[in-house]
Design a protein around this ligand. Sequence first.
Ligand SMILES: Nc1ncnc2c1ncn2[C@@H]1O[C@H](COP(=O)(O)OP(=O)(O)O)[C@@H](O)[C@H]1O
Ligand SMILES: [Mg+2]
Length: 356
Amino acid sequence: MAGVTVTNLVKTYPSGNRRATDDISLDVADGEFLVLVGPSGCGKTTLLRMVAGLETPDGGTVTIGGRDVTRLPARERGLSMVFQSYAIFPHLKVRQNIGFGLTMQKVPKPEWNTRVERAAELLDLTDYLDRHPAQLSGGQRQRVAVARAIAVDADVLLMDEPLSNLDALLRLQFRAELKKIVARLGTTTLYVTHDQAEAMSLGDRVAVMRDGRIAQIGAPMDVYDRPGERFVGGFLGAPPMNFFTATVHQGSLVVDDQSVPAPASLASWNDKKILAGIRAENITITQGQAQEGVEAEVEVAEPTGSAILLTVRWAGGELKVQTGPGLRVAPGDRLRLELPAAALRFYDPETGLVLA
Ligand SMILES: Nc1ncnc2c1ncn2[C@@H]1O[C@H](COP(=O)(O)OP(=O)(O)O)[C@@H](O)[C@H]1O
Ligand SMILES: [Mg+2]
């Protein structure tokens, strides 16, 4: 077991015109499951490959279990990897595929068998050990790749979009299984995905990346509830956080011709413009109590099964509002909404950074 520390990692590809990772520092605790999440091209794979030893940084260090491994080749770093292109060998049976890393390490046969069988059992592959990959479904092949990575009992597990070749339903199933397996193993894990829901679901912590940097790192629900910058609120969540520009005026937020109560902490922003953010599920509909809240008009109502997602027109802009599945509304209906002050987050309109 081992923690991973990354310090000031900088990398520019020879053909690149900007830094793929721009001075990234990061601590992953022993046994922690850390997810790197962010849009395509933000540097997730590059960061992971530098931890793996598959890419050399221009500057900075990587330590694993307190040992500086920055100049060590991948095979001497005590880690194991699963990639999107899971690269299992078609000519080898599942058993030999799972045991591949152990074979490379020249693990003696009795132990080889024990470890392959244990990994197969964890991933529900026991009945498939004597098949070839061509006789497996996509989901089962993905499991073989994970089983192979787990079998070597590495100190650190690195995974780069391991579920992205699976269809939506399999992804959901396998996500929960993976969470269970990794929790049981207790292996320090760095996991890369562009899928915010996957990141929230799996991570002990998530690091949201943007343009080669870490925009915010924290427990999933903390980052979700308190985005440190507009970008993070707009990236995490389906739907993403609502944002609107407002003027603070004597204890109120004035938006177009509407106003909602502002918290006292905004006193120093009096008569200035700020950016406010609120999650769709934190906006409440105050039906019946005609004088409360602000008035909005329904544009679209989308039932999602467990909820209804409304797009409403309010104060010259749009808001997403999530409500229970029982509400009966149609486009054109007028609703009264409450935007509770405690659920509002405030950002500098210039920098997009959260206000202290
Ligand atoms: N082998 C490479 N050569 C040149 N540029 C690369 C290479 N790999 C990645 N990049 C660039 O580095 C940046 C980060 O890429 P990457 O780490 O793959 O991002 P992500 O995994 O988040 O999608 C992108 O701008 C990408 O185009
Ligand atoms: Mg990538």
